[in-house]
Design a binder for this molecule. Structure first.
Ligand SMILES: [Zn+2]
Length: 180
């Protein structure tokens, strides 16, 4: 068995034989799929794996060699991670780097905790907004928040996507960390 040390983001995206995203598995499981020729590595992650007989790059994205038919989950649970992923880690008001979750119509005034009423927001905007609505402040939302749709969401659910998967999943690129 390869010596697989857990690394940051130590999971891999699995694509079907048709390149359609299927699921996310541990790097360990993805490596075993590659070693047993059930999948091929299409995008390398960080580092190299060593075993008695093999040396191979850590897989970040693998593609199954045979097509599998899998029923998809259609509902995406509402979570902090999923909201950040949907919004690309950007504040819905100023487009800066988001650190908090804001209820567009404030919860204190009956706003729902639902996909259509939650957005990622930076701490500054969230604090200034308080219990007001964007309309009361003259603020505009970049886009009306919606429940996520599409294959990426059926695959990712609550997970934070690895930036290397973005091309396969059709996700917005995450915002770069601001220079200190
Ligand atoms: Zn902001």
């Amino acid at each position: 068995m390869p010596d697989i040390r857990p690394t940051v983001g130590s999971s891999a995206l699995v694509l079907n034989a048709t390149y359609e995203p299927l699921c996310v598995v541990s790097v360990r499981r993805a490596t075993i799929l590659v070693l047993t020729a059930k999948a091929e590595c299409v995008s390398d992650g960080d580092g190299i794996l060593h075993s008695a007989h093999h040396t191979l790059p850590v897989p970040s994205v693998v593609r199954l060699t045979r097509y599998v038919k899998v029923p998809y989950r259609t509902h995406v649970g509402l979570s902090r991670r999923a909201i950040f992923a949907r919004d690309g880690g950007r504040c819905a008001y100023c487009r800066g780097s988001a650190e908090t979750i804001d209820h567009v119509f404030p919860r204190s005034r009956g706003g729902l905790h639902a996909w259509e009423n939650v957005v990622a927001a930076c701490a500054k905007c969230n604090h200034s907004k308080g219990d007001k609505t964007p309309a009361e402040l003259g603020w505009r939302l970049h886009a009306a928040p919606q429940a996520p749709r599409g294959v990426a969401w059926r695959v990712l659910g609550h997970r934070t996507p690895d930036p290397r998967w973005a091309d396969w999943l059709g996700l917005p690129s995450p915002v770069e960390a601001e220079a200190a």
